[in-house]
Design a protein around this ligand. Structure first.
Ligand code: GCU
Length: 138
């Protein structure tokens, strides 16, 4: 398997800013979503071949209120209002996993806030895709 990380601060950000005012992030910062519905971060993910992949979003939510987001791949919502619940404080990060299907080549993966609170703080996504070229023989 091949796992690849894509930092949120390097993605296309609409209604959000790159921030560093909390600890524990990877890369050079994280995305602080603007507190509005519809704010989003869009990643361009490259897949060697078409097929299933595990998408893991690393986030922090220092409030007591869920910050759900629609997860879309290539413009189609594949996980509506995915829950991003509280993580104790803004310095505490958690992983949220969802299974997606990628096409060979470039895929646009977008995480869009569905409430007026905006999204959680988003550190990165990780894509873990099978690289098997042959079926298992067991
Ligand atoms: C605080 C926090 C930010 C966070 C924001 C929010 O301002 O410092 O990192 O993004 O709350 O509620 O979204």
């Amino acid at each position: 398997r091949a796992a690849t990380d894509y930092q949120a601060e390097d993605a296309a950000i609409t209604q959000g800013t790159v921030a560093t005012n909390h600890t524990g992030y990877t890369g050079t910062g994280f995305v602080d979503y603007t507190n509005v519905k519809g704010s989003y971060v869009e990643f361009t993910v490259s897949a060697a071949s078409a097929g299933p992949a595990a998408l893991t979003l690393r986030y922090a939510n220092g409030t007591a209120t869920d910050r759900p987001m629609d997860i879309s791949v290539g413009g189609t919502v594949v996980s509506p209002a995915l829950s991003f619940p509280a993580t104790t404080d803004w310095n505490t990060w958690a992983d949220k996993a969802v299974n997606v299907t990628l096409k060979a080549g470039s895929n646009k993966i977008r995480a869009t806030a569905t409430t007026a609170n905006g999204g959680p703080n988003l550190d990165r996504i990780r894509i873990d895709a099978p690289t098997d070229t042959q079926a298992p023989t067991r």
